[in-house]
Design a protein around this ligand. Structure first.
Ligand SMILES: Cc1cc2nc3c(=O)[nH]c(=O)nc-3n(C[C@H](O)[C@H](O)[C@H](O)COP(=O)(O)OP(=O)(O)OC[C@H]3O[C@@H](n4cnc5c(N)ncnc54)[C@H](O)[C@@H]3O)c2cc1C
Length: 456
């Protein structure tokens, strides 16, 4: 079968459009070890080719795994033998930037960094940013409804998308590339594909909203008296400075101490002490300094450090973006949850207490996008604890629904949160999801067994 698929796909895409064997093995597998296991990949150059690939796969019963930058963190781009990977990197064109409407039409394989660089030249920004910016693609970000560091200002990807072009599982092309904010045409079908993790269709092009670029930011590293105090300061900065607060990233004290030790940044470790810390980025240095002074007087925060140059800024961001915790304690457990800001401080205290009483040898680390209450929680120990997934998940999710939070924030369901989706979701919502999957992918060829396991 493999030879037949290679021959058929080569006739559709030409020899450079099909990769297998050592050619495919030379690609970076990305974040998940199973990403390239299919051993066969197609690299379409335009929407027509994507349509031909899907038409062929539908007829041949060959299932596909769409892939962008392979930076996803939930195993949603994993593949296995007998499947076809569809890599979107050859569709990376920025088709048109409309500076008056403040929109961009872009192909799905364009990376976030390339798009941000292009729109910045026009004084605009995508209004979304994440650590994997250099590799993550617009298609992958739409498919996972990525959030990141600016979601508290502009929302996650769902709120950036105005229009989409999607190839359906039978090869038909859905063209819904509107470029306006108001477009009421009955059911907003394109929304189904945002966050669907490649299980309903393959996104080929998107029209995104842009925003005026606010200019260079100054960075403050703040040691919090309490999470509630830091949130109070966040709201003050937001209220007073109307859109000029760009980032508010939180890290617990354990995360800060472990990272600074790993990086040899003793001075930052002494500064942070036993406090949870927040990175604030703001475009008005004087205003930020003034508000930090007021917050110190009001004892909302314990201390604050304004970065004087790029070297200091990079050292502070390295604490947030480096993976020192996972290097120090491999095979821990990760969670990506949303907590309403009014409950964040109490939730973290109670989770720490629950974990302590379950097993005092377990460590609790978290980092997060404080502005929208998204915490990336890591629980680990001096030894691997992957066998503790079920009881620890119960402790992390306990009470979350009751306070209006959610078990899955921005990384998607993939394979890692499939069980949690079943346990945490409203049954009617789950049944509707199954119906939608059957309707849009009747042969079950689109990224099978990701998000949902649909059985007849
Ligand atoms: C260092 C680091 C930092 C990160 N920070 C954040 C963060 O702050 N916020 C956040 O939300 N995420 C973050 N992530 C996760 C990741 O970057 C996002 O999930 C991103 O959206 C994935 O994009 P990708 O192009 O790499 O997609 P991939 O990993 O290739 O694929 C992810 C999913 O999208 C599907 N897919 C990909 N392209 C398409 C397409 N064209 N059509 C249909 N389906 C498609 C795949 O099948 C898969 O289900 C981070 C990851 C890393 C490694």
């Amino acid at each position: 079968m493999l030879d037949k698929h290679i021959e058929s796909l080569t006739s559709l895409l030409g020899p450079n459009g099909v990769k297998f064997g050592s050619d495919l093995a030379a690609y970076d597998q990305g974040f998940d070890a199973s990403n390239l296991l299919a051993g066969l990949a197609a690299l379409p150059r335009d929407t027509h080719q994507v349509s031909e690939i899907l038409g062929y796969c539908s007829a041949a019963g060959l299932s596909i795994v769409p892939q962008g930058g392979r930076t996803g963190l939930s195993g949603a781009a994993g593949s296995s033998a007998g499947q076809l990977i569809v890599m979107m990197q050859a569709m990376a064109q920025i088709v048109a930037i409309d500076t008056v409407s403040q929109t961009v039409l872009v192909e799905a394989g364009c990376t976030l960094e390339a798009l941000e660089t292009a729109v910045r030249a026009h004084g605009l920004t995508c209004g979304i940013d994440l650590g994997a910016r250099g590799t993550a693609t617009i298609g992958g970000m739409i498919a996972t409804n990525a959030g990141g560091q600016e979601a508290f200002r502009f929302g996650p990807m769902r709120q950036r998308v105005l229009g989409l072009e999607v190839v359906l599982s039978d090869g038909r092309v859905l063209n819904d590339l509107t470029q306006v904010i108001k477009a009421n045409g009955g059911y907003d079908v394109k929304q189904l594909f945002i966050g669907s993790e490649g299980t309903l269709g393959l996104i080929t092009r998107a029209c995104l909203r842009l925003a005026p670029y606010e200019g260079e930011a100054v960075t403050a590293f703040v040691a919090a008296e309490s999470l509630d105090g830091a949130i109070h300061l966040f709201r003050r900065l937001e209220a007073r400075t109307q859109g000029r607060l760009l980032r508010a990233e939180v890290m617990n004290a354990h995360h800060v101490q472990l990272s600074v030790k790993d990086h040899g940044e003793a001075a930052l470790g002494t500064f942070a002490g036993d406090k949870d810390c927040v990175i604030f980025e703001h475009t008005d240095a004087a205003m930020l300094e003034e508000e930090l002074g007021r917050a110190l007087e009001d004892r909302l925060i314990a201390d604050a450090l304004l970065c004087k140059n790029e070297k200091e800024r990079a050292a502070v961001w390295k604490i947030r973006e480096d993976w020192a915790v996972d290097r120090a304690y491999p095979k821990g457990l990760w969670f990506d949850i949303s907590v309403p800001l009014s409950s964040l401080g109490r939730y973290v205290e109670e989770l720490a207490a629950r974990l302590r009483s379950y097993n005092p040898a377990f460590h609790l680390f978290f980092i997060g996008h404080m502005g929208d209450g998204n915490l990336h929680v890591t629980v680990n120990a001096d030894h691997p604890i992957t066998d503790q997934y079920k009881p620890v998940t119960k402790l992390v999710y306990e009470g979350l629904k009751e306070i209006g939070g959610f078990f899955s924030a921005e990384h998607g369901i993939g394979v890692e949160k499939r069980e949690a989706l079943l346990a945490e979701s409203d049954p009617v919502r789950l049944a509707l999801m199954q119906d939608i999957k059957r309707l849009l992918d009747p042969k079950g060829i689109m990224n099978p067994d990701k998000v949902l396991q649909v059985r007849d």
